[in-house]
Design a protein. Structure first.
Length: 418
């Protein structure tokens, strides 16, 4: 008797794909029938044969296909939930011409399903290991019509202009090769990093500017090549226990921080609470948008002496001014159900006022933006004058001026005649 999935008790790839799509639908990552159909059609396991079959279809699992000499992932098949969210954002339709920046094969196959036989998909990557794998597995899965290009994805690619560009690597900037290859009214969906925080943003081209139509929390392997960008790391104690990372070209002067963490810790609490499973992603982005000297604090768990207690030990909002710093904190105030209060800890002569400033902005977020739609992101060429930019925080990249504009609250936008 020949062994089958039924006789061995193992799920078949088709069953696993169905279960994956059902989970993505129930979780909200898949919203449309055409994205669901693409996910059901493409054999995800073919693009990561090193991974056990069942793991290949776990919605939250990224399938690492290559690591660098330090063990860090430099190429992967992203988690299915992230890919589904980006495909929904991109709104790819039959007959479109699509450019994918950052290859791997699987996502390009999904795009090929969405554009159909009348459309075109070009996928580009800087790493020959990646493009060779992509070409091989695309052919095996029946998507040999996808054109795989070995090149720096930040440089121009033949085949444009494109109706859609989907960037599947973490980007810090928007190079002209992308914006110039997009048709008027077309969209680029890109995991864009701002002050160390990444959001998958779908931008629509409106003349010389890009305006966001949606944004979700996301995380991807960083882009390599011409537009690679590393964060600036500061170690206030001179050891790897506590790090401060600054991600933009303009950053605070950290030369006077030595000794700040040896001073007494000031603690301020905001009165703003959060449930145990309640998301608060927009808070981090709001603090990055309004606080001067913003960066992200991290703590090495193996070296932790308990000096600091940030809300997130991997990447917590922090601010620096001169010889002082402060960061966002959380404390549990009830157990059943678990409830936490936002606050801030400060160090150095101005640590208390800096902590109070963080609390002020936490309260503003709670009152005006906690349940809102979030900001609008606008990208315009780097030479755009200030008076042609929308209101909001302006973040100057190498190629674009990015503006983060938060909607005014009803309380602030309304006026009363007396």
């Amino acid at each position: 008797m020949t062994a089958t999935a039924e006789t061995t008790g193992q799920s078949s790839p088709e069953q696993l794909r169905t279960a994956m799509v059902e989970a993505l639908r129930s979780g909200g990552a898949v919203r449309t029938d055409w994205v669901a159909a693409a996910l059901l059609a493409v054999p995800r396991h073919v693009f990561a044969p090193e991974v056990p079959l069942a793991e290949a279809y776990e919605p939250e699992r990224a399938l690492v296909t290559k690591r660098d000499g330090y063990g860090l992932a430099v190429s992967s098949v992203s988690a299915a939930r992230i890919q589904a969210q980006m495909l929904e954002q991109a709104d790819v339709r039959p007959g479109m011409r699509v450019l994918e920046v950052g290859s791997g094969g699987y996502n390009a196959a999904l795009l090929a399903e969405l554009v159909g036989r009348e459309g075109e998909v070009v996928t580009v990557d800087i790493d020959p290991f990646v493009t060779e794998r992509a070409q091989k597995y695309l052919a095996e899965a029946g998507y040999g019509r996808v054109r795989v290009v070995l090149a720096d994805g930040s440089e121009p690619v033949e085949g444009g202009p494109f109706d859609r560009i989907v960037v599947t690597v973490g980007a810090w900037d928007l190079p002209p090769a992308w914006t110039g290859a997009l048709v008027e009214g077309g969209t680029i969906t890109v995991p864009l990093r701002m002050h160390g925080l990444t959001r998958s943003i779908a931008f629509r081209r409106e003349g010389e500017r890009l305006v966001s139509v949606s944004a979700t929390v996301s995380g991807f392997v960083k882009i390599r090549g011409t537009d690679a960008h590393d964060e600036f790391l500061v170690l206030p104690r001179g050891t790897k226990e506590i790090g401060l990372r600054f991600d933009e070209l303009e950053r605070p002067d950290t030369s006077r921080l030595g000794g700040a963490l040896e001073t007494p810790r000031a603690e301020w609490w905001s009165g703003v609470t959060i449930g145990n499973q309640e998301p608060f992603d927009s808070l981090y982005l709001r603090l990055a948008s309004v606080l001067p000297g913003f960066g992200l604090m991290s703590v090495d768990p193996e070296l932790d002496t308990g000096t600091v207690a940030p809300a997130n030990r991997m990447a917590c909002p922090a601010i620096v001014e001169g010889d002082s710093l402060a960061y966002l904190a959380l404390r549990k105030i009830t157990d059943d159900p678990a409830t936490f209060e936002f606050g801030a800890h400060g160090f150095g002569p101005e640590g208390g006022p800096l902590a109070a400033l963080i609390n002020t902005e936490v309260r503003n977020w709670d009152r005006e933006h906690r349940n809102g739609d979030g900001p609008v992101f606008t990208a315009q060429p780097i030479g755009t004058p200030n008076d042609e930019l929308p209101d909001g925080l302006v973040v100057d990249k190498t190629h674009v001026r990015l503006t983060i504009s938060w909607p005014q609250s009803a309380a602030r936008s309304c006026t009363t005649d007396l």
